[in-house]
Structure formats: C-alpha cells, structure tokens
Design a binder for this molecule. Structure first.
Ligand code: FBP
Length: 548
C-alpha cells in the first residue's frame, strides 16, 4: 500500500515507555479500594471484583518466567487517535512476557466477540499500523456487551482460541460493561481476565485515578489548529462571525480545551449554562451583546465555540425534547402523514403551552431536525442538530431587534462549521502515541499479573514519559449507581467540566478580555518531529489539572 512521506517517517517512531515498564516489573499493592459512591450496592453487585487494591508496577531485577498466554482485544465505540498504539503496546508487551504469546483482534467492536469474527494480529500486520490514526486494524463498533447471552457466546470463541485475557478499549460505558464481564467470568470461573483501557476524544472518562482518556490530546490539537486558521481568516477579512460546533457529546471538555488553546471571542460551556439555569434566549443574548460590543469598536467579526451537547443543558430545550420524544413515540405515524408545510403548526398545536412557545421560537431548520432525527431508542440525536446554526440564526434575529432599538449598529454575517470526525482518526500526537503505547504495554503487564476487572492506568502524565507511573485501577472504584432507562445501574461516573476546576477557572478569568480584544492564538498543525516544547506538550487542561 502506498504511504505518505509522513506515514513512512512516523512508522519508525518508537513510542516512549515509562521507565518502570522497560524491563522486568514487580507489583506494589495499594490499600483495598472502595467505589466513589453507593459502596454497599456496588459491592453486592461485584462480589468478586470489588475492593481490590490499586496496583503500581515498579522496576525489578527479577525476571519471572511467564506461561504462554493468548489474549484478545476489542475496540469499542467512536474512534480516538492512538487506538492502534494501544494494540501495538499490548502486542509488544505480550511478546516481551513470552514470545509464544498470541494476540487476537475481534472485528468491528464488541459485536465481533459475540459473532465470533476475529483475526490474529501478527507482527507484520501490527507494523502496518504503528503510530497511525484510526481503528481500522480491526475496526470498531457500538454493540453494547451487557447481556449474559452475549457473555456466554463470547466465552465460546474465547475457549476455542484458548484466550485467557480480553482487553476492551472503550469509553465509560464500554469500561462499565468490561467490569460487568470481568465479574461474570470470575463468578463462573471462566478463566478469562478482562482489562479496560480509557479511550474517548470527549475527555469525559477521567477521575482521581485516570488523568485523561486517550485521543483527547490529538483531537483537541486538530480542532485547535483549524480554529486558529479560521481566527486568522476572521482577523484578515474582518467580516464574518464564525459559529463552530465541536464534538464531545454532553461534556464541554473539547470546547474548553480548544478555547484555552486558541482564545476565541466566545466559548459556551454547557455545564455552566445548566448551573446558571440559562434559557436559550439568555445564551443568545449573551452572544448578541458581545457581537454588539465588538461592533461598537468597529469589529464586525469574531469566533464562537459551541459544545455539541449544549442543547441538552438548556432546561427549556431539555423539557421540549422530552415532550417531543414522548409525543412522537405515540403519534409518529400520524405525524408522518402530515404535509411537510403543516408539520410545524401540527407540533405547536399538540405540545403543552410552554413547550409549544419554545418550539415556535426556533428557526425552521432546527425545529424540523428536532422532529425528524430519532435514534433507534426514539431519542433526538442531539449531535445531528445544527446548534451552531440555531445560535447564529437566533443571534441574527436578536441583533435586528437591537438595531431597531438603537442598541446595535453593525453588520452581522455568519459562517457555520462543525468539527468532529476530522479529529477522531488523526495520526496520534507524540503524547497520544506514547500514552497509548504505554496503556497497551501496561495492560499486558496486568494480564501477566493475573488480575481482572482492572483499568490500565498511566499517571504523572505531565512529567517526561520516562517518569510516568504505570499500574492498574479496579474499575469498581470508579463506579456509582445511576438511573439508566428507568433502572438503577452500576456505571462509571461520567466526568463533566467542573466549574470549580482549574481549566474552567483559567478560561473564566480570561474570557472577557478575549471577547473585547482580539487575542487569538494560532496553534498550527500537530508537530511530530522537532523541539520537545513544540512536539510533546500535553493539553492545557491536563497541565492545569495536574498543576499543584
Ligand atoms: P465515544 O464516546 O464512543 O468515544 O465517541 C465519541 C464521539 O466521537 C462523540 O464525540 C460523538 O458525539 C459521537 O462519538 C458520534 O458518534 P458516531 O461515531 O456514532 O457518529
């Protein structure tokens, strides 16, 4: 297969490993752990994997011979830069333990385990994918591994291939399911260890033990590069307001990190909107007031960052969406028969007064998206809603009103962008290349140690890679009970932006300045070769969170 010059050069990159993982290791055991909340309930649900100690690997001079192990690996959910390096680290680690060890990859996500679709990952295959973006070595998928029948079906193929350890690379839900699987296999004495790895560009799988999920670093750097380019265009032509929606599901970590990297005029943080109980109009007014303030100084241009989950955090929109979900679940067939031109009126006539008013205030396009785009569970897919257009159009309307009242005297022209898929498969930054390789290598050491129900953990990430601390955290430690689909379930707590956290506070201290003056920063493209301060810096979020 033909490769680009960068791909060829990058293939030769040797990811850095923590010092402790470079030779023989021994385990240092911490204290017994507890779940972050609901200890009794979690303990009862996970009698075999609850309360295990946190583990740290330390250098050792003693090489202990390892029996032959066949392991399996699954990539679960959305792509994130560095997935191939997790597998490369796992592969190399297994071969270091014993050159006879084998690694199998299940195809297209957890579904591959259930449907018995797999390949053996050979050295030649692995070499094609080192330091590359994407998940294409084995593909990914969103099948949820949560039924006993799936676990049993999976066990059939694990037994057939003599696999005694399974590594699941995924986000909070996939790691929750990994833990349920680990518990089940332990309970039935299946002889299969299950280890998780923290993945997601969204950055919402983190806690006191897991500093960041992989992929967040690269994805934010890719988006920040393009935001910086747009800011420069904006500052050159001085005629557009750019509304940029960013991926990240519910959490605003990506938007916040990109704001810290590129210093736009406005960045909305969904978690703040919810905490302040802001209405859609208040969000619109906030943006419109800044547009007017800049116009008063002759600056009819600017950049606005919008997290994709925003709409779910505006209480009035949340209520509207809930009523629409319910209404369309029961009246979808009748609604489908209504002429397109009459659909808006039909919805307005059938909603409660409050929600009908909110719905009527929405621009035509967004109102239609709210009624059409349903997922298989009957919910609106918020990421498909063009929140950037919703805001831009409503700000435009508000500015026209302000003009009439004499509060605004500028020109407003909007451009819209959505950055998401562009960043998910980028070639991993040095940070992600090293972090992912270490996570995978470390997972093989957890397999060698014979443990189950652990997440691979690499800490001290703002120090040079040689000083990183490698170990394992019991997944039950990150769990609490939450209501999901009407039932209380044990889940890993999703990390949203903390309004008292250092990254948000740093942003909040600067934002007024960024709104008034044009303080853009142009981060430029990810650099893979060159001085360390250009190539190896972790995200600003991580640097602030780890700062003492
Ligand atoms: P994960 O949570 O599985 O890592 O996926 C993250 C993400 O990229 C979100 O940011 C985005 O909303 C979603 O996946 C898009 O999903 P899909 O790939 O199914 O379109």
């Amino acid at each position: 297969m033909k490769k680009s010059a960068l791909q060829t050069a990058r293939a030769a990159y040797q990811p850095k490993l923590p010092k402790a993982l470079r030779g023989a290791v021994k385990i240092s055991q911490g204290e017994a752990t507890q779940s972050i909340a609901d200890q009794e309930a979690i303990k009862n649900l996970f009698p075999n994997t609850y309360g295990l100690p946190a583990l740290t690997f330390v250098e050792s001079t003693e090489v202990t011979p390892s029996k032959t192990i066949n392991a399996g690996v699954i990539l679960s959910g959305g792509q994130a830069p560095g997935g191939h390096n997790v597998i490369a680290g796992l592969f190399d680690g297994l071969k270091t333990l014993n050159p006879e060890n084998k690694l199998y990859g299940f195809l297209l996500g957890p579904g591959g385990l259930v449907d018995h679709k797999y390949i053996e990952i050979t050295a030649e295959l692995m070499d094609e994918y080192r330091n590359t973006g994407g998940f294409d070595i084995i593909g990914s998928g969103r099948t949820k591994l949560e039924e006993k029948s799936q676990f049993d079906k999976g066990l059939e193929i694990l037994k057939e291939l003599n696999i005694s350890a399974l590594v699941i690379i995924g986000g909070d839900d996939s790691n929750t399911n990994a833990c349920v699987l680990a518990e089940y296999y332990a309970q039935i004495n299946a002889g299969v260890q299950v280890i998780g790895c923290p993945k997601t560009i969204d950055g919402d799988l983190k806690n006191s033990e897991i500093a960041t999920s992989f992929g967040f670093d690269t994805a934010c750097k890719v988006y920040s590069e393009v935001i910086g380019n747009i800011e420069r265009d904006c500052n050159s032509a001085k005629k557009y307001w750019h509304f940029i929606k960013l991926m990240g599901r519910s959490a605003s970590h990506i938007a916040l990190e990109c704001a810290l990297q590129s210093q736009p005029n406005i960045c909305i943080i969904s978690e703040e909107v919810e905490a302040k109980n802001m209405t859609l109009d208040e969000v619109v007014n906030y943006v419109a007031d800044i547009v007017a303030m800049r116009a008063a100084s002759g600056d009819n241009y600017g950049t606005v960052l919008i997290p994709e989950g925003l709409i779910e955090f505006i209480p009035a929109m949340k209520n509207l969406i809930a009523e629409l979900n319910d209404f369309l679940a029961h009246n979808g067939a009748e609604f489908a028969m209504i002429k397109k031109s009459a659909q808006r009126e039909y919805i307005i006539n059938h909603l409660s007064e409050v929600n009908a008013a909110v719905y009527a205030s929405l621009p035509e396009g967004v109102a239609r998206q709210l009624t059409l785009d349903r997922d298989p569970h009957g919910n609106v897919q918020v990421s498909l809603i063009e929140t950037e257009k919703l805001l831009g159009e409503m700000v435009g309307r508000r500015l026209s009103e302000m003009k009439k009242d004499g509060h605004y005297n500028g020109k407003f022209a909007a451009q819209y962008h959505f950055f998401g898929y562009e960043g998910r498969c980028a070639a991993p930054s040095n940070f992600d290349a090293d972090y992912c390789y270490s996570l995978g290598f470390n997972a093989s050491m957890l397999i060698g140690a014979g443990v189950t129900g652990y997440m691979s953990s690499i800490k001290n990430l703002t120090a040079p890679a040689s000083e990183w601390v490698a170990g394992g955290i019991p997944i039950t430690m990150m769990m609490n009970m939450e209501r999901r689909h009407g039932e209380m379930k044990p889940v890993i707590q999703k990390a949203l932006v903390k309004l008292d956290g250092k990254p948000f506070l740093a942003f909040a201290a600067m934002r007024e300045d960024w709104a008034k003056s044009t303080s853009y920063i142009y981060p430029g493209p990810i650099q893979y070769f060159g001085p360390s301060e250009v190539c190896d810096q972790p995200t600003i979020t991580l640097q602030l969170e780890e700062s003492k």
